[in-house]
Design a binder for this molecule. Sequence first.
Ligand code: MG
Length: 380
Amino acid sequence: MKITEVRVQTFRYRSRMVRDAHGHGHPGDEHDATQSLLTLTTDDGATGNALGSLTPAALRTVNEVVLGEDPFFHERVWNHLKERQRLNLGSLPDRVLTVVDLALWDLVGRVLGQPIHRLLGATRESVPAYASTMVGDDLPGGLDTPESYARYADWCVRERGYPAFKLHTWQPPLPGAPSVRHDLQACSAVREALGPDVPLMLDPFHYYSRLEALELAKGLEELKFLWMEEPMDEHSMSSYVWLCEQTALPICGPETVEGKMFSRAEWIRAGACDMLRAGVGDVGGITPLIKIAHLAEAFGMNMEVHGGGVGNLHVLCAMGTPGLYYERGLLHPFIDYDATPAWLNSPVDPMDSNGMVHVSAAPGLGLDLNYDYIRDNSVD
Ligand code: MG
């Protein structure tokens, strides 16, 4: 079996999400947006899909590495792509490795008729979710005040059934942001609304100084938060060692720093985190993420998976080490996250009323694609 075609289809859909100057998503007016689907096809007609786009330069490299390969040698493909990143990181970022790796896992799962978590060695078929908010805004009744966060947290937990809640607070370019005081006011309002027992997490501004991050951590210790992630630039591992030494609050990371499993190993060795963190989109797919899960397991650490989506859900269902929650979002009071996207027939992360997200039993990733929609809205 050999891969004979790499195809990217781009299609249009209507979105209500707009991005601010720093790239954060917020609710906004409906507008046209695009999404892409990568499809790998073999000489005997088997296919594997993943959502994600490739630039022309990335597609050229992917073609060179992937065409003619046996899809069951996906570990070799991943390593070849990783090696090609040297001197070419601008055109071959980790998110390219992610979409190719996901499509390869989808392909082999579909050939074997098995979902990916079963191929990896399953430990469970559902995972508790936490509600993960968008960053703060100035939309009245949105995520504009500490009280608004408290009201929304109450709805997420008491009405929708989420067992845990994570705030992303106010960040630039919003006037007045960032602010340690304002962040702690929001965290305090949410704790007061939900009572002492609901697990809470904070993801604040990512460029606080050491002293600001410590002030935040001390406040969250008192509020009995489960973890804080990325309060400082993750390139300064020493700052995280410094922070971990001075707070009892669990620090979860690294999330966005480069280096795949290598940087995670260095963070553990340095004592720069209490819980490890990575997601398929951060490290280049399922192949490296499962290595990182095993790394955490060998050190007796939690590995809290960053971000949602099918790839992360399959890994969470195949982890022997604690991965407490599936990150569901990003959520906002003005957006119906449970609505199925136009390009799918069913959502990728259905959550029941007890806050459990169920992994698909369909072969491969289990993406329930609406091929008619994708064809009819193609912009190729
Ligand atoms: Mg984060």
